[in-house]
Design a protein around this ligand. Structure first.
Ligand code: JHZ
Ligand code: ZN
Length: 407
């Protein structure tokens, strides 16, 4: 059994088994290759020692997951707006100077840094995906193509000096090397600097029943208590937290070495709430039970549509779609539509479901569309109505199963 990433304890327990799944974002161009994608056990484990860390049971080599990566937040207007708003927020609260050194860990195609460059030109991205770092470097956003680590931190510090701001959106849950990552943050951040991390939150996953956000790429499922524990270990203090409406329930945490930032009331409130709700105890166990029930409900819905001879396709080929399809066994989907041209023409891992341009919806005319990118419901419903002339039923699986008529 995999050891706890946080405290290294071997005393862990499997709390949820989602069967076997391929690496969620490894989309294949070839149908046969896709059907034969290598599958790995997909399960959640809980650390039974005091630390209560929730993590993936089977570790897939990070290189297999991230070397070539097709996820780009800039495909969504909601996310682009969000990433572009972060520098303004930082500047309002902490003041970015013209020579502030801003580092983005998991910088993807450079969307955040591009807007940060309006405040300071001293910016640096780090991303393990070669295709994405090449893209960012071509745009003039200096990006190191590597995984973040304490060794890399030392090298950056030698070349550029300490960082005034380190930002990392949707990256910290994407490594099993959590201790080395936080050690690296401690080494790179200046004494008065601020680290801002946005992260998929365990509390939101439980609240929304978003079990489809469990995939090998998400190594950890963080509670605030657990985050506090690991940052304290490396003399870093989380001093504030806020909820973000983007993705599927995110936390933004503010961290510093300096004690000059007082812990806010929202931070203390959320820590107390996690305790009173028994987040990593009863609440987590109830979620695991609900996931098994949800599988049965979705499977019978797919079977009913099949029996009625109706055509069903999906919308959105997020990583979440791989988990849901492989776990539920939704093999009667005709196509999946997705706006990303990096994904179109490829197949959902482990299946023969082809990803197509959403403009094909008007001639394919599915009776049902299953919304895998349920976190963008509003943006997508508008598009289905106004741009793709979809005239059928839309299934929104999460947070609660809803079937709505689009006309
Ligand atoms: P989306 C990714 O998850 C992966 P995913 C990652 N591991 C992570 O942590 C989370 O993000 C936060 C498409 N789309 O953003 C684009 C349309 O086609 O939910 C995407 O392929 N039309 C880093 O993969 C997909 O849907 C649209 O109008 O679950 C959404 O993927 C919109 C808005 C999106 O991420
Ligand atoms: Zn542990």
């Amino acid at each position: 059994m995999t050891k706890c990433f946080v405290c290294n304890s071997s005393s862990t327990e499997t709390i949820l088994d989602l069967g076997k799944s391929p690496v969620a974002n490894n989309l294949e161009l070839d149908k046969t290759k896709s059907q034969k994608s290598k599958k790995y056990a997909l399960n959640l484990i809980l650390c039974k020692s005091k630390c209560t860390h929730v993590q993936i049971g089977k570790i897939v080599d990070q290189k297999e997951i991230f070397n070539d990566y097709y996820y780009m937040p800039s495909i969504s207007k909601t996310l682009t707006d969000h990433l572009q708003s972060i520098p303004k927020d930082i500047n309002q609260r902490f003041k970015i100077k013209k020579d502030s050194f801003i580092v983005d860990i998991g910088s993807n195609d450079g969307t955040f840094l591009e807007s940060a460059s309006h405040y300071s030109k001293k910016i640096l991205g780090i991303d393990p995906a070669k295709n994405l770092s090449d893209l960012a470097n071509k745009k003039g956003i200096k990006t190191i193509n590597n995984f973040f680590s304490s060794d890399l931190s030392k090298a950056i510090k030698n070349d550029y000096g300490y960082a005034d701001f380190i930002v990392s959106t949707n990256t910290f849950a994407h490594t099993p090397e959590v201790n080395d990552f936080v050690k690296g943050l401690n080494e790179l951040i200046s004494d008065e600097g601020v680290i801002i991390i946005e992260i998929h939150y365990l509390g939101s996953m439980i609240e929304d029943n978003s079990f489809d956000t469990i995939y090998h790429e998400h190594f950890s499922y963080w509670s605030l208590e657990n985050l506090n524990f690991i940052f304290n270990k490396y003399e870093l203090n989380i001093f504030d937290v806020s909820f973000l409406p983007v993705h599927h329930g995110q936390l933004r945490i503010y961290i510093s070495k300096s004690k000059k930032f007082k812990k806010t009331k929202s931070l203390k409130d959320l820590i107390n709430l996690e305790k009173s709700e028994d987040l990593t105890g009863n609440k987590l166990m109830a979620f695991c039970k609900k996931v098994t029930d949800t599988r049965k409900i979705l499977l019978s819905l797919f079977e009913k549509i099949s029996r009625e001879g109706k055509k069903i396709s999906g919308y959105g080929a997020p990583a979440k779609a791989s988990t849901l399809i492989n776990f539920v066994g939704a093999d009667n989907l005709e196509y999946i539509y997705d706006k990303s041209d990096l994904k179109q023409g490829k197949f959902i891992p482990g299946t023969s479901i082809k990803i197509k341009d959403p403009s094909d919806i008007q001639h394919d005319k599915p009776d049902y569309i299953f919304l895998f990118a349920w976190n963008f419901s509003k943006e997508i419903i508008d598009d289905l109505k106004n741009n793709f002339n979809f005239n059928g039923k839309l299934i929104i699986p999460i947070p609660d199963l809803k079937i709505i008529d689009i006309d």
